[in-house]
Design a protein around this ligand. Sequence first.
Ligand code: AMP
Ligand code: MG
Length: 330
Amino acid sequence: MKCLVIGVESTAHTFSVSVVSSDGEILSNSKSVYKAPPGGGIHPFEASQNHLAAAPSVLTEALRSSGTEPGDLSAVAYAMGPGLGPCLRVGAVAARTLAASLGVPLVPVNHAVGHIELGCLLTGAEDPVVLLVSGGHTMIIAYSGLRWRILGESLDLTLGQLLDQFGRHHGMASPCGRAIEESASRSDHYLRLPYSVKGNDVSFSGLLTASKSLLDRGASFEDVSYSLQETSFSMVTEVTERALAFTGKKEVMIVGGVAANKRLSQMMSAMAERHSARVLAVPLEYSGDCGAQIAWTGVLAYESGIEVPVAESTVKQSWRLDVVDIPWRG
Ligand code: AMP
Ligand code: MG
């Protein structure tokens, strides 16, 4: 029988609520995004205050635009982690309150698993190598033996942090990825930068320092943006290629906010073509953090019998996706 799950996302800058049906229809996806001040990053407490203020209207709007009544909901899912403590707690409190008052199960969802499962729903990917590139993650992932396994990752900054910290050094406000992409598109002058792939992992901290220093020494923002994109995207393409060759899978799916970048998709497509694999990119509206990733994964988890008693529901600031069992793919 068809069921409806409401999902609450609040791991970082976004507070978002969505209602999704068990046949994969996204009925609503309302959100409020905290904006960091120019030159600054996400301040966890400030972001949580944004979420607190926005929660009632985002929740009401998600229900209204879905055309459902609270009584139609079978379960409430929430992003239990990983993420920023103060932000996670706002979402958890909202979800607990809703689940307790409706008398329905509360379903914990790992945010990174949420990106992947929503990506599979929207792109039709069945068994992909996943490149998860966002503010919070840089990982190459594939499913094997009940879990999503991490085949490579960043040893320090995420790709989103690399771009955002570079942009902030130039006086921009986070998130800066789209503005850097736009500025990079106006250059084709490559300035040499450190390329750091270690085994199947990447490291971005030296690249960030070198890029900032080029700016400080007078190089144009366009040229450094271009060079930064070319270098960092080549690094993640190299490790994704190795994962693809190793697993022999035939799909590459890019998820997370950085998936919006056209140059990254272009590099991935050229690489995938050599392996007769296809590249699947999540539509822009759903590539960043959103309630739909939590609601849809909530459907899958709820149907597999996963729930947490309200009295025991916590948040987990650190929660690697490779410790989460995924029974619905077993
Ligand atoms: P998420 O954490 O999934 O919401 O993703 C946010 C990250 O995506 C931020 O670091 C943004 O700078 C980055 N981002 C958003 N749009 C783009 C883009 N067009 N190119 C590169 N990075 C982007
Ligand atoms: Mg995310």
